[in-house]
Structure formats: C-alpha cells, structure tokens
Design a protein around this ligand. Structure first.
Ligand code: AMP
Ligand code: ZN
Length: 114
C-alpha cells in the first residue's frame, strides 16, 4: 500500500467509492467521471504504478483481472460490446499512477481515440 496513492487508498477503504466487485487481490469501482453509461475501473490491490511496471510474477493477477472484467461486462449487460482501456504513462494519458483497467460500455464508442 502506497499512502500517497489515491487508488491504494480506495482499495484500503480509506476513500469511499462505488465498489461493484472485490476479492483479496482486485477491486472494481465506478469511475467518478464516467465517459459512458457503464464506466468501471478494475485495479489490483497491490500497488503497481502502470502497465510499464508489470513483471512476470504479475501474470496470474493480470489473468484474474481479465476474467473479472468479463464477468462485470456480463453483470452490466454489455451484450452489444464494450471497451477495455489501460492508459499508460504520459503519452498514454495516465493520470493516476496505479494500474487500472477502464471497462467502458453502454453506448457506441468511436475509434481511433484522439
Ligand atoms: P487515467 O486517466 O487512465 O489515469 O484514469 C483515471 C481515472 O480515475 C479517470 O477516469 C478518473 O475519472 C478516475 N478517478 C479519479 N478519481 C477517482 C475517484 N476518487 N473515484 C473513482 N474514479 C476516480
Ligand atoms: Zn497505488
């Protein structure tokens, strides 16, 4: 846990959030500034700064996050599709330095991003 990290503090329950799924390793909560009818952030509880900081030892955790996202998409009835986004670093537009997967859906989405 990194005391200066917003998402570590959300994972620890120190900052309130609208949690939709949680287990020992993962938390999923609704984005405070949604860009679509469904916008959920899925994070590891472990502080990993970004996708660029992943290590081999994180493989199982990343797999579990992917299947959690699949279950959340089903729960949220995103039957027509959805998008999973991982903004990484400055060029990637990452604003919170704790790895997070955006699950976005509930409307048609444009491609490519700006
Ligand atoms: P990114 O720009 O990929 O780093 O995404 C960070 C996301 O975190 C943005 O979509 C924000 O709206 C979201 N966010 C920031 N603070 C909070 C918070 N306290 N609770 C929920 N989502 C947040
Ligand atoms: Zn963190």
């Amino acid at each position: 846990m990194n005391k200066d990290c917003l998402f570590c503090r959300i994972a620890a329950g120190e900052i309130p959030s609208d949690i939709v799924f949680e287990n020992e390793r993962i938390v999923a909560f609704r984005d405070i500034n949604p860009v679509a009818p469904v916008h959920i952030l899925v994070i590891p509880k472990e502080h990993i700064a970004s996708m660029a900081h992943l290590k081999e030892e994180h493989q199982a955790l990343m797999g579990e996050i992917m299947t959690s996202i699949q279950k959340l998409a089903e729960q949220e009835k995103l039957d027509d599709g959805f998008r999973v986004v991982v903004n990484t670093g400055r060029d990637g537009g990452q604003t919170v330095s704790h790895l997070h997967f955006h699950l976005i859906g509930g409307r048609g989405l444009q491609w490519p991003p700006g």
